[in-house]
Design a protein around this ligand. Structure first.
Ligand code: SF4
Length: 229
């Protein structure tokens, strides 16, 4: 499946909630500055996500191979033991947030801006999760990200493989992978979403022919209404 991008993600930025996370009183001078930044973010924020639907080709002792790309992680391999279909994804606050001009040398403003970006990222991940569940009839999902947790769980270097599997990430949503395997913008998450329980409904909207774990036939009538979901 080609890359699917979600680029029109609705979001809300609530002054009170954001100021609380950065420990700023709403009626203080800092609160005013914070509110001005939040208003700016409402204008330029464009949270985004993208994903692909892909199928696992092979599993080794500690490896999982998808479309010729091999990931090495014992935990990933264990989590995907009964899984045949996964969704590599990226969710981001949106590269537009990095184009904003903040007051020069104002470290607090930078800190607050980062907090706003984190809220936008949260909107993108929630939207992606809801979209995947609805479109692919997934009941429960989990995800893993290269580099999260202990370095040995899933080494961050495998961002390279993940980006290879996804394809034109930068062209589609402006997220860049740096030489140190971090992503720009900084409030961006990448990983693999996978179902933790597969029931027959998700097989009905899955086109993997000859899947060893299929529990119901593909139903084109159910799939089509999901196309633009
Ligand atoms: S046919 Fe069912 S078990 Fe197989 S990959 Fe699709 S959803 Fe998963």
């Amino acid at each position: 499946m080609t890359l699917e991008a979600l680029t029109n993600i609705p979001f809300e930025l609530e002054d009170a909630a954001i100021l609380k996370t950065v420990h700023v009183a709403a009626n203080s001078p800092d609160g005013q500055e914070g509110r001005a930044l939040i208003a700016k973010a409402r204008h330029i924020g464009r949270p985004k996500a993208l994903y692909r639907e892909v199928f696992i080709e092979a599993k080794g002792d500690e490896t999982v191979t998808i479309e010729g790309v091999t990931f090495t992680s014992r935990m990933l391999r264990a989590n995907l033991d009964k899984v045949e279909r996964v969704f590599p994804f990226i969710a981001t606050c949106g590269c537009e947030m990095d184009t904003a001009t903040l007051p020069a040398g104002d470290f607090l403003a930078e800190f607050w801006w980062d907090a706003i970006k984190a809220v936008l990222l949260q909107c993108a991940t929630k939207r992606l999760d809801a979209h995947l569940k609805q479109r692919f009839a997934l009941e429960k999902t989990a995800s893993m990200s290269p580099g999260s947790g202990d370095a040995t769980v899933w080494p961050i270097e495998q961002q390279r493989e993940l980006f290879r599997l996804l394809g034109e990430v930068q062209a589609q949503i402006g997220v860049e992978l740096t030489d140190s395997f971090l992503m720009k913008p900084n409030k961006t998450i990448s990983g693999l979403v996978f179902p933790t329980a597969v029931d027959f409904r998700s097989c009905q909207v899955c086109r993997r022919e000859a899947c060893p774990a299929r529990s119901a036939a593909f139903d084109p009538n159910l799939w089509e209404p999901h196309r633009h979901g």
